[in-house]
Design a protein around this ligand. Structure first.
Ligand SMILES: Cc1cc2nc3c(=O)[nH]c(=O)nc-3n(C[C@H](O)[C@H](O)[C@H](O)COP(=O)(O)OP(=O)(O)OC[C@H]3O[C@@H](n4cnc5c(N)ncnc54)[C@H](O)[C@@H]3O)c2cc1C
Length: 373
């Protein structure tokens, strides 16, 4: 039995960011991860560090997202200095393109409400008419009637981020344990014992960050994580000399010059297949936004499963029955990586979530959460 200060279950972006943050707090941390058969949103996502559409009707989520976007530069610098790996972070601002007057009206309304809800925390944005949008993004199609813009948005290389988090964690003395699927646990307040095929671990604290796996794990610890899979498909083009100066909600240019296009929101259970009709719709919208994209070949395409709570917001919790056990789930693990490493991990290291985190508790789902627990 290996005794550590804290066990983190799940080595995707959420678990790895939290484990890195806990290690930086000086905690002896074991990061237990399933094998390669696992569903891994962290290896199939779009790579946006995105603020502008996050948290309508949930200003606490808007602030959490903003705080993470603001902390991302520090996270990337810290990881680069320790690992030599660049996360490719760029935060030039971002736009959401509207292809009809109706879309533009909906977007204007949404952005105005986001600003109102932000109160004196502030929320800077502009609605751009077609000409302004064209000046900002050369090559925009005639069908684009306008766009919303905020200065907060950006993007990064999510695979490098995952790699850098793991490398930094292990380099700082963290214990990464692959092939360690957790299926059962002995849980008591501040006393958790886990047997895995890769060894047995005990700790006074445990963080469940197993993505979709949390739905089954959380009840073992008196917690609830009513998350479901939601499929997203992504297309990647060959490299191009055309330049996209900033990311849009559905099209971004990587450091290599390829374009990523996506992503869909499909209720397909655990099916990670691809649907040609959805792929065609993604490509069609991209070409209407930027007609020159039609000249490019698609060289890769995949689908992956988001980790979705019923209201799409993150779930962070501490067990009332077994203090010391925490959950962490979200559908924007790239964007929130800095908050997970720099804000959430210190709370867990201190032994309790801050009072302001109560709004993220699965208790907000009431009887739904209890039924699923
Ligand atoms: C198509 C798509 C596009 C996206 N685009 C963006 C974007 O642009 N920006 C953004 O911020 N986010 C985006 N996301 C979301 C982001 O990818 C996820 O929020 C993030 O990857 C979730 O990370 P995770 O660690 O919770 O889950 P995962 O990456 O799924 O990792 C879960 C880990 O837990 C392990 N595990 C599971 N069960 C167990 C168990 N019982 N025992 C041990 N280990 C276990 C698995 O091995 C796995 O490594 C996108 C997602 C998708 C699918």
């Amino acid at each position: 039995m290996q005794q550590v200060d804290v066990i983190v279950v799940g080595g995707g972006l959420v678990g790895a960011a939290i484990a890195w943050g806990l290690r930086q707090q000086g905690l002896d941390t074991a990061l237990l991860d399933e094998g390669d058969v696992a569903f891994r949103a962290s290896r199939g996502n779009f790579g946006l560090v995105w603020v502008q559409s996050k948290g309508l009707g949930a200003p606490h989520y808007q602030r959490w997202t903003r705080a993470s976007a603001e902390g991302w530069g520090g996270l990337a610098e810290g990881l680069a200095s320790r690992t030599g790996l660049a996360c490719g972070l760029r935060q030039p601002g971002g736009v959401h393109l509207c292809l009809s007057d109706e879309e533009f009206a909906d977007r204007s309304d949404r952005m105005a409400r986001m600003k109102a809800e932000a109160g004196n925390h502030g929320y800077e944005y502009r609605m751009l008419d077609a000409k302004e949008a064209r000046d900002m993004l050369p090559g925009l199609g005639e069908g684009v009637v306008g766009a919303s813009w905020t200065p907060y948005d950006g993007h990064a290389n999510p695979l490098n981020l995952l790699h850098a988090l793991h490398r930094a964690f292990v380099g700082a003395g963290g214990r990464y344990v692959p092939e360690a699927r957790v299926t059962a646990a002995d849980a008591a307040p501040r006393d958790f014992r886990i047997a895995t095929p890769a060894g047995d671990f005990a700790a006074p604290r445990i963080v469940l960050a197993a993505g979709l796996g949390n739905a089954e794990l959380a009840p073992l610890f008196g917690l609830s994580a009513p998350v479901r899979p939601q499929r997203g498909q992504i297309l990647v083009t060959e490299r191009t000399t055309e330049a996209l100066p900033m990311p849009t909600t559905t099209i971004r240019q990587t450091d290599d010059g390829t374009l990523m296009m996506g992503d869909s929101h499909e209720e397909a259970g655990f099916d990670i297949g691809q649907d040609p009709a959805v792929m065609a719709a993604i490509a069609d919208r991209a070409v209407r936004c930027f007609p020159w994209i039609a000249r490019l070949n698609i060289i890769r395409a995949w689908s992956a499963l988001r980790v979705m709570a019923p209201d799409s917001l993150p779930v962070y919790d501490e067990s009332e029955r077994f203090p010391g056990a925490f959950t962490a789930n979200c559908h924007s693990g790239v964007t929130l990586a800095a908050a997970h490493a720099g804000l959430l991990a210190p709370m867990i290291a201190r032994g309790a979530l801050d009072a302001g985190m109560e709004a993220f508790s699965a208790r907000r789902f009431g009887s739904l959460a209890l039924a699923e627990a």
